[in-house]
Design a protein around this ligand. Sequence first.
Ligand code: CDM
Ligand code: ATP
Length: 277
Amino acid sequence: MEFTVQAPAKLNRFLAVLGRRADGFHELELVTTVLEGVLDLTDTLEGEPASALSLAISGPTGAGLVADASNLVIKAWRLLEEAAKRPLPAHLHLEKRIPHGAGLGGGSSDAAAALRLGNRMFDLGLGEDKLLGLAARLGSDVPLFLLGGTVLGLGRGERVFPLRPVPLEPILLVHPGLHLSTPSVYRALQDVGYPFPEALASQPGGAAPPWRNDLTGAALWVCPPLAEVRDALRDSGGEPLLCGSGSCWAARYASVQARDMAAEQLSGHSGWGVWHV
Ligand SMILES: C[C@](O)(CO)[C@H](O)COP(=O)(O)OP(=O)(O)OC[C@H]1O[C@@H](n2ccc(N)nc2=O)[C@H](O)[C@@H]1O
Ligand SMILES: Nc1ncnc2c1ncn2[C@@H]1O[C@H](COP(=O)(O)OP(=O)(O)OP(=O)(O)O)[C@@H](O)[C@H]1O
């Protein structure tokens, strides 16, 4: 097709929950890296002008994902039409590789990709501030994908600021084949108790932010079998970190060699997906 935009996954290397707000959302401090260049964890959105709007979905994780008005790509397109004050008829094709309900932000990344694609395809000339505003209406995670790189997220995560790049350690991502709903994990914070973060993302002297996710207890409460992947990553010598609201885990290793040995060991587990970052 004529126009193509990549939609990578993300890794929240720091997620502090600061409290619950009156609107039901949680006040967060996040450091997120967009995993640009990890091709088997990147969706692709292509488009060409047509007589009406349509979306086709294919790819390894495309099955079971509906292409109707509930899809974040269509929701993003409708917001663009609202901003452009005219229909933007196009045929879109989404190649899905990011697992859903995995905490890797696939749907949010697709939404950001749709905003960029439509803006470019129809020469709408919407600036970054306008696109960030539309992104925030689509979901808390969408704006960070417009910035790319390593991003500080404040508020419910939608107020984004570029950070200097944090070099990624040798990392493995493991998907246990489970699906976790983000709202149910945030709700479970009430059952497990709210964490009271003392360390925030801004580190003195340019140090990398800590490897931390305050949603871990809540996600394990909602889905106890998640612990199996965490324990396997620990046994393989890694330092596990839950991805967003789950179900994927990331683990960092002391060396590329240690990471690659662990990958070989964990790939043998049936039903788990394993990626190098
Ligand atoms: C877990 C993360 O992926 C970390 O980056 C995000 O916080 C989730 O972002 P998201 O999926 O874009 O979330 P949204 O679509 O905005 O919200 C989904 C639901 O998650 C809960 N939610 C989300 C963000 C936030 N700061 N507090 C919340 O309590 C709310 O119940 C909300 O109804
Ligand atoms: N294009 C899309 N790709 C994936 N999911 C989508 C899409 N559009 C809508 N959804 C819905 O959004 C839900 C969350 O999908 P997503 O892949 O963003 O989950 P996630 O990785 O847990 O995200 P997050 O880290 O933002 O919580 C899916 O279960 C699906 O119902």
